[in-house]
Ligand binder design. Structure first.
Ligand code: AGP
Length: 605
């Protein structure tokens, strides 16, 4: 989604703004722009499409401004063109915005009556004109404050002023904003990743707070306009984790590093000497939990579904799952012994955060499973379990999904152990089996040539289905999601047992169908469903750890995963489906890391 950068410096800033915008590209966007103060005037440059286009414009006509704001826009109000691109400027002020202003129409009508002119279709321009109006009578802090009071919705803002040539203002409500500290420069950015090449000293604005930066200092104000101090965090220097290295794109790098990231995650949680799983300071006694609700969006929601099967299998706790955008508007009956677990790679997903906020307001017990530990969700939940996957840049989530499933599996084992619902022998065996996961992942990823052969059968297909039962059902959903988001081929995941209740009507000659049938308690049933698909002309691609030859008849391709225990199989089945989506998309020349219309961090609802 939209990304913001702002810099106050002793030297020209446009080069650093462009570099930071390139770092924000991963969030997904369709236009870009920046404003600097040049010779006392606001110098605004914008374009539709990629940051490269903006760079070309600026290199022809470089800006000398030592202070500026930049933006990548993911269109919400108005088409993605140059006029709607941010910043939005008046004579005196220039604004970049991430989020949605829900009452923009009424404010716009009011301002039009006062003869303010609007050039764009965006909600953001009302912020520009409101500020312009207040600046006639108030100082900067009061003008910003009065403007924020009028806005409904969510936002992070970056603002510069014609008449205050050394100041950049940042503000937030609902959308994240980081503040960075440099040598003779200070910064605001949508996330610390955008600022990483410039600084690792970061603070985070909380809702309602405003920051005012010059090149030499940063001041913070709370919603009552009182000056406040903020903690400065030093982020780890993991720049090598945020570059593609020798890989063609981030997604192939991220798929490939899953054996390393899963190993890192296991190392954080498993005590090898005591053969135990450690979750320090778990805020609620697992013996007292009688219900857990797992909440997330997209891929993170699929790992919640996996958690349902895990916790139901391993514990006697009642389990529910919910899509965050639904949960947040339902009438939830919050109870003392319920636990709400939020799963999110970015930790900034607006719906997931709003669902967490609802729980917090109702004093519910909350836990966050996140990748980005400095994120809003991590900072808000009672308890955080990081997945330790390292930065995930490709819009399609891969290593984070494996990390989420891994932490959820570890959590289910530990809770089961504490509740005496798993035998010591099974607990120790499960831990031992988990230690083999990184090498099993490596083994499956090495079979990429086979997946390339399979992928060719999907390139020209208009649609496809992914079928599975039990643990393989959420994996089928995830496989379908990966394929559709990357290759734009219509793909649906179904529980294999549901086929006869409708979806079987879609099977026709040559339709590619992915069947996930590991040797588990559902195996025979899934194979029967597969035969029904084959009988109707479906072209079946079977993913299994069964090595018998008999079932291979009439199957277009059989991909074997290594043998493992039933809880490890979902991990191993995920990998070929990630690679399948990747190769189909690359054969179709799709933009792998930045699929159309999508954003990495979905910060609007
Ligand atoms: C996954 O490939 C997606 N791009 C998307 O579904 C993602 O998982 C979802 O938006 C949730 O994001 P989060 O994990 O950062 O909360």
């Amino acid at each position: 989604m939209c990304g913001i950068i702002g810099i106050a410096s002793a030297k020209p800033v446009f080069g650093n703004i462009i570099e930071a915008l390139k770092k924000l590209e991963y969030r997904g966007y369709d236009s870009a722009g920046l404003s600097t103060i040049d010779n006392g005037e606001i110098n605004e440059k914008k374009c539709s499409g990629r940051v490269n286009n903006l760079e070309k414009i600026l290199f022809k006509n470089p800006s000398k401004g030592k202070l500026g704001i930049g933006h990548v826009r993911w269109a919400t109000h108005g088409v993605p063109n140059e006029i709607n691109a941010h910043p939005h400027s008046s004579e005196v002020v220039s604004v970049v915005h991430n989020g949605i202003i829900e009452n923009s129409n009424s404010i716009k009508n009011e301002l039009i009556k006062k003869n303010y002119l609007f050039k764009s279709q965006t909600d953001t321009e009302v912020i520009t004109q409101l500020l312009t109006n207040y600046l006639k009578n108030y100082d900067i802090l009061d003008s910003v404050h009065k403007t924020l009071e009028r806005l409904e919705g969510s936002f992070a803002l970056g603002i510069i002023f014609k008449n205050f040539k050394d100041i950049v203002v940042g503000a937030r409500r609902g959308s994240p904003l980081a503040v960075g500290y440099g040598h003779e420069e200070n910064y605001i950015g949508s996330d610390s990743y955008a600022l990483k090449s410039m600084t690792n000293k970061i603070s985070y604005l909380e809702d309602g707070e405003i920051c005012i930066l010059t090149k030499d200092k940063v001041e913070f104000y709370n919603s009552e306009k009182n000056k406040i101090n903020k903690e400065i965090l030093t982020l780890s220097n993991d720049e090598n984790k945020t570059t593609k290295g020798d890989f063609k794109d981030f997604m192939s790098k991220e798929i490939n590093e899953q054996s390393v990231t899963s190993k890192a995650c296991l190392k954080e949680y498993i005590d090898h000497l005591r053969k135990d799983i450690n979750f320090y300071n778990f805020p609620i006694n697992p013996n007292e939990v009688n219900k857990i609700t797992f909440i997330g969006c997209g891929t993170a929601y699929h790992s919640c579904l996996i958690a349902k099967y895990l916790f139901e299998d391993l514990t006697s706790i009642t389990v529910e799952t919910d899509i965050a955008s639904e949960f947040r508007y339902r009438k939830i009956k919050f109870k003392k012994n319920n636990l709400y677990v939020f799963v999110s790679q970015s930790g900034e997903t607006a719906d997931t955060f709003a669902a967490l906020d609802l729980c917090k307001k109702n004093n519910a017990n909350t836990c966050a499973i996140v990748n980005v530990v400095e994120s809003s969700i991590a900072r808000t939940a009672n308890f955080v379990l990081p997945i330790h996957a390292g930065p995930e840049i490709g819009v399609a989530s891969t290593k984070a999904f494996i990390g989420q499933m891994l932490v959820l599996y570890l959590l289910s084992l530990k809770i089961s152990k504490v509740r005496n619902e798993i035998t010591d022998q099974n607990y120790t065996k499960s831990i031992n089996d988990l230690n083999n996961l990184p090498s099993l992942i490596k083994e499956v990823l090495a079979k990429r040539d086979e997946i390339q052969i399979i992928a060719k059968d999907f390139v020209d297909s208009k649609g496809t289905m992914f079928l599975g039962r039990g643990f393989s059902y959420p994996i089928a959903l995830e496989g379908a999601l990966k394929l559709k988001e990357l290759s734009y081929i219509h793909a649906e995941g179904y529980p294999a047992g549901e086929m006869k209740h409708g979806p079987l009507a879609l099977i026709e000659d040559g339709l590619p169908v992915v069947v996930l049938a590991p040797k588990d308690k559902y195996f025979e049933k899934t194979i029967s469903n597969m035969q029904e698909v084959i009988a109707r002309g479906g072209k079946v691609f079977l993913f299994t750890d069964d090595d018998s030859e008999i079932i291979s008849e009439n199957i277009r391709y059989k991909f074997n995963i290594p043998n493992s225990n039933d809880y490890i199989k979902p991990f191993l089945l995920t990998l070929p489906l990630q690679m399948l989506a990747y190769y189909v998309a690359s054969f179709k020349n799709c933009d792998i890391d930045k699929p159309r219309n999508l954003a990495k961090s979905v910060t609007v609802e």
